[in-house]
Design a protein around this ligand. Sequence first.
Ligand SMILES: [Zn+2]
Length: 99
Amino acid sequence: MSIKNIFWCKSCLNMSTRPRIEIDKNGNCNACNWVEEKKTLDWSKREQELKKIIKDTKSSSTYDCIVPVSGGKDGTFVTHQLKNIYNLKYNLKISLHNC
Ligand SMILES: [Zn+2]
């Protein structure tokens, strides 16, 4: 790869050679664009939608849901939220295929 094909995000300096990072025509990476997009989402509305789904699907069986996680911080946070905030019983599935 030539140095001409390497770009850096103008906001966070992510390199275009980093896996799953794409630099748009404005010089911003997809991670920075996602940060901006998240600011526009109606998180209260989305939480109400989640609570409705939980209410409609919660069962009296051993588990309420399956949580696929890789063992990283994002999946750990999700499992914490489901158990401690939404009081769900889950069957945790840890993927070993992306290690
Ligand atoms: Zn960036």
